[in-house]
Ligand binder design. Structure first.
Ligand code: NAP
Ligand code: MG
Length: 491
């Protein structure tokens, strides 16, 4: 019994339940030493390269391309040729077949993709396995269904593809963000040049093998890896018709400025500082689970993370007590361990940003709580953190931390909760916890957020549009709304 309970070393004391390691095998992933750029259906040698690493061990995983503006030009030319050579005029039912194939292949190779996502991004395997992969496949299935029904989606209008879509994505959900971008673009008859984030290129590169298996015509999807300069080259390329960007508000604003007057279509999915609002009549234990899922899921690297908890004053103490108790049971560590709840921080740069903001929280006078946990020596780690005694003006209540850090604030009345929740430049998401249906509706109508969850949090479905207000961006991904940015309606 003792051996079963313990990883190694000293036997467990009676009543001391610990988890044995349960690592997922890496054998299913066959990494190449070097990857080129995927242009026109072929691997093209990049002008420069860099090494991509595992953030949980800092071990180099592969060498990948740093695409130059000239490389991006070749990718755009390949996408343009594929658009003109038949992809845009293919019947929708034919395009749908490719999307269905991609969805099926992602399901078949789900374990391989999940392991690679956790290796390159640091997220727990149970999340990549149970969330990222099923949702990515579901997105392709969903948009496959629309490909031959666009006239019904937009009755009495004539939907036509836009052309070449330039797509730039972040590192927090690498394959899922790729699916959100590629699936609707192809369903509508566009071709694509996509840049994954600098730190997480590997699942996008493995996806090229899925495209080969699905026999997608050459040039319909092109993947160029690299840093922000590669993204800027896509934005500036005159032959790109539409830019779809998911990332920080800062870069989003810069892109909007550069595109002004260019006639290119643009959608921006940017940052957030969501309010998770807990009323005193809610099911408290359920709310605690929702709060934990809201902020510690994916290490808090979630644009819609519930990073500001608003607790009604009458339940503030029991709520915070329960939350702290629950935090003690979170397991932080090896992303490939099936018992891990909180994995590695995605990069050294992101870890610095989290540390800086947490330091500002201490200095401004908030109280910090971190459960006892031993962090691995190598790699990038940050313990789950709760700040109480937070004023609305503190940086930790205003700025997006994008890490496992929760700021707790309080309110007395629904009006006060609403006013405080909306007091942010962002408007991506919000959560409401109450037994009262009328209050849910009252709050949901008044919260300036693209998504409002009630008595749950971080729920996603391809049929449901997602996107922001204010500095969280514009345009929607998912659902029927998600088709529109990839279509034009002139006669
Ligand atoms: P980021 O720095 O803005 O990067 C996003 C993407 O843009 C990356 O591929 C990045 O390349 C590229 N990029 C950087 N500078 C660029 C430039 N000047 N022109 C064109 N592209 C450029 O954001 P991040 O730090 O990776 O991601 C975190 C942010 O994304 C958070 O603010 C989060 O809230 C937001 N986000 C929003 C959503 C949503 O749906 N609303 C979803 C996920 C994340 P590099 O990788 O080389 O920097
Ligand atoms: Mg960046």
């Amino acid at each position: 019994m003792a051996e079963l309970d313990r990883a190694a070393g000293s036997p467990a004391a009676p009543g001391d339940w610990t988890y044995a390691p349960a690592p997922e095998s890496r054998d299913i992933v066959h990494l190449r030493e070097r990857y080129g750029l995927f242009i026109g259906g072929r691997w093209v040698e990049p002008s420069e390269t860099y090494a991509t690493i595992s953030p949980s061990s800092e071990e180099p995983l592969a060498v990948v391309g740093q695409a130059s503006p000239a490389d991006v030009e070749r990718a755009v030319a390949a996408a343009r040729a594929a658009f003109a050579d038949g992809w845009s005029s293919l019947p929708g039912s034919e395009r749908a077949k490719y999307l269905f194939r991609i969805a099926r292949i992602l399901q078949e190779r789900a374990r391989e993709f999940a392991v690679l996502e956790s290796m390159n991004g640091g997220k727990p395997i149970k999340e990549s396995r149970d969330v990222d992969l099923p949702l990515a496949a579901a997105h392709f299935f969903y948009y496959a269904g629309w490909a031959d029904k666009l006239e019904y989606a937009f009755p009495n209008r004539t939907p036509k593809p836009v052309g070449v879509a330039g797509q730039i994505i972040p590192w927090n959900f690498p394959l899922l963000m790729l699916a959100w971008k590629v699936a609707p673009a192809l369903a509508c008859g566009n071709t694509v040049v996509l840049k994954p984030a600098e730190t997480t290129p590997l699942t996008a590169l493995l996806f090229c093998d899925v495209l080969r298996q699905a026999e997608l015509p050459a040039g319909v999807v092109n993947i160029v890896t690299g840093d922000g300069s590669t993204g800027a080259a896509i934005v500036d390329n005159p032959d790109v018709d539409k830019i779809a960007f998911t990332g920080s508000t800062e870069v989003g604003k810069a892109i909007q400025r550069r595109l002004a007057g260019s006639g290119k279509k643009l959608t921006l999915e940017l940052g957030g500082k969501a309010a998770n609002i807990v009323f005193d009549d809610c099911a408290l234990d359920q709310a605690v689970e929702g709060i934990v899922n809201g902020i510690y899921f994916n290490q808090g690297h979630v644009c819609c993370a519930g990073s500001r908890l608003f607790a009604q004053e009458s339940i503030y103490e029991p709520l915070v007590d329960k939350l702290k108790m629950r935090l003690e049971t979170l397991r932080v560590g090896d992303p490939l361990d099936k018992n891990t709840d909180v994995g590695a921080i995605n990069s050294a740069m992101q870890l610095d940003k989290i540390r800086e903001l947490v330091e500002s929280g201490r200095e401004e006078g908030a109280d910090i709580y971190q459960p006892p946990c031993r962090l691995p020596e190598k790699g990038y780690w940050f313990a789950p953190t709760v700040f109480t005694n937070v004023a609305q003006s503190y940086r930790i209540a205003q700025e997006e931390i994008f890490g496992p850090v929760l700021s707790v604030l309080t309110f007395r009345t629904p009006e006060e909760a609403l006013e405080k929740a909306n007091n942010t430049p962002y408007g991506l998401s919000a959560g409401v916890w109450t037994e009262k249906g009328s209050r849910i509706l009252w709050m949901a109508q008044r919260l300036r957020a693209g998504v409002v969850w009630a008595n749950t949090y971080n729920r996603f479905d391809p049929t449901s549009p997602f996107g922001g207000y204010k500095e969280s961006g514009f345009g929607r991904e998912g659902g029927l709304h998600g088709l529109e940015p990839y279509l034009r309606f002139d006669e």
